[in-house]
Design a protein around this ligand. Structure first.
Ligand code: AMP
Length: 398
């Protein structure tokens, strides 16, 4: 692979796999353009070098071929606005004679956006023939879609083999994602705390298992904490609990003790008599929650306990909220953790926040500029930290 920033794109046509899977409202207006803006530095560098850019992406989950609702044509006006003065063309089919002809006549400094890749079922199947057809549109392949790096799709992984090693590379966004994840996974400074929250133990068991090999402290919050508390003999009332995961929780606690990793569970909880923003609330020890009540946030003692650990850490990984932060009554825990992560970062720690809900929380509470790195890929980030090889990354490195 080549290093993106060292490559001179002058005279080259670069096919970039971007993640433009943005939310659209009923008028097909983009309601959050974060993913598009995240790709701009990569696009700009190629154009500034004197190269041309061919963008390919998926949008939504079209089931049966082309559908207006999932057309990337809805993004063209927005792209033109973001990249003022740059010509943005649109190919109504991502392969075929029109796409070939438009790609061939693309001038340096211009952009061609291809129609939704998932209008072809071959994309998600990782079809080699489809990947090869896409590859013919350009002479350089750039993968800048970390959000789909865990998928072995035609455009995210399979296509790389059709470009010589020196003409395939990560884009700037992907480079940053990989560098930040590698820093946490393989070059972390101790103490290293992993803060894992969210609803389900079943979603997070693999990441917890892998982090036992890396972290010095693991904070477990959110709904998933109650399965652990129950596994330790606590009474968790009507809190979320995955009974079939109790053996996994026990095993994890045993392994942590063996490896001398400190597991921090919330000592107390904000409890509610129903899962509702207007529920009656109280607090209780997390291992003594009355029947009919459920823990929906970490309590004040747990907040203090967790924040102390975070403030002493040099490396911080955060995935998953501490409670039902979407409801104001149960957002205090997540908000306090966001502040502690920001404060620790201010004192020199390296912090990486990833996963849809924790990113949403950090942004909502105004700390997004105060952490070291916010990962854009939910599922991909989780799999990376589970220790898996991501096909989109492997294909570039191979
Ligand atoms: P996840 O997608 O697994 O990271 O879970 C995020 C979701 O977990 C959010 O929508 C939270 O509202 C929810 N959540 C966090 N804590 C709790 C809890 N104590 N009880 C129920 N749901 C929770």
């Amino acid at each position: 692979m080549s290093k993106f920033s060292d490559f001179n794109f002058k005279g080259h046509k670069a096919l970039i796999r971007v993640d433009f899977n943005v939310p659209l409202n009923e008028k097909y207006e983009i309601t959050d353009d974060t993913r598009i803006r995240a790709a701009v530095p990569t696009i700009r560098k190629i154009l500034n070098d004197g190269g041309s850019v061919i963008l390919m992406s998926h949008l939504g989950r079209p089931k049966d071929g082309p559908a207006d609702k999932y057309s990337l044509k809805h993004l063209v006006i927005h792209l033109r606005k973001l990249l003022q003065g740059v010509a943005v063309h649109f190919a109504a089919d991502c392969i075929g004679s029109d796409a070939i002809q438009m790609a061939a006549s693309l001038q340096p400094g211009e952009i061609l956006l291809l129609e939704n890749l998932r209008f072809y079922k071959e994309e998600e199947k990782g079809d080699k023939v489809f990947a090869e057809k896409l590859s013919k549109l350009a002479d350089v392949y750039v993968n800048d879609a970390f959000g789909t790096a865990h998928r072995a799709h035609a455009s995210t992984a399979v296509i790389a083999q059709f470009f010589p090693k020196e003409k395939r590379m990560f884009g700037l966004l992907m480079e940053n994602e990989v560098a930040s994840a590698e820093k946490v996974l393989h070059h972390s400074e101790n103490p290293f705390v992993a803060i894992i929250g969210g609803a389900k133990v079943s979603d997070k068991i693999l990441i917890l298992d892998n982090l036992l090999e890396k972290a010095s402290d693991i904070i477990i919050g959110g709904g998933m904490a109650y399965t652990f508390i129950k596994a330790m003999g606590g009474k968790t009332g009507n809190s979320l609990c995955e009974n079939d995961r109790l053996p996994n929780a026990e095993e994890l606690l045993r392994k942590a003790a063996e490896k001398k990793v400190n597991i921090h569970l919330p000592s107390d909880s904000i409890i509610a008599d129903k899962f509702d923003a207007t529920a009656n609330t109280s607090d209780a020890p997390s291992n003594f929650i009355p029947e009919g009540w459920m823990g929906l946030d970490i309590g004040p003692n747990a907040c203090e306990q967790f924040c102390n650990v975070i403030l002493q850490s040099k490396t911080i990984l955060w995935n998953g909220p501490m409670g039902v932060f979407e409801m104001p009554a149960f957002q205090h825990g997540t908000k306090s953790i966001a502040k502690a992560v920001a404060d620790a970062t201010g004192k020199g720690a390296f912090s990486l926040v990833g996963g849809g809900d924790s990113v949403a929380a950090v942004t909502q509470f105004g700390y997004s500029g105060k952490v070291s790195y916010i990962s854009t890929g939910g599922g991909a980030m989780l799999e990376y930290f589970e220790g898996k090889t991501l096909p989109g990354i492997a294909a570039i490195l191979d």
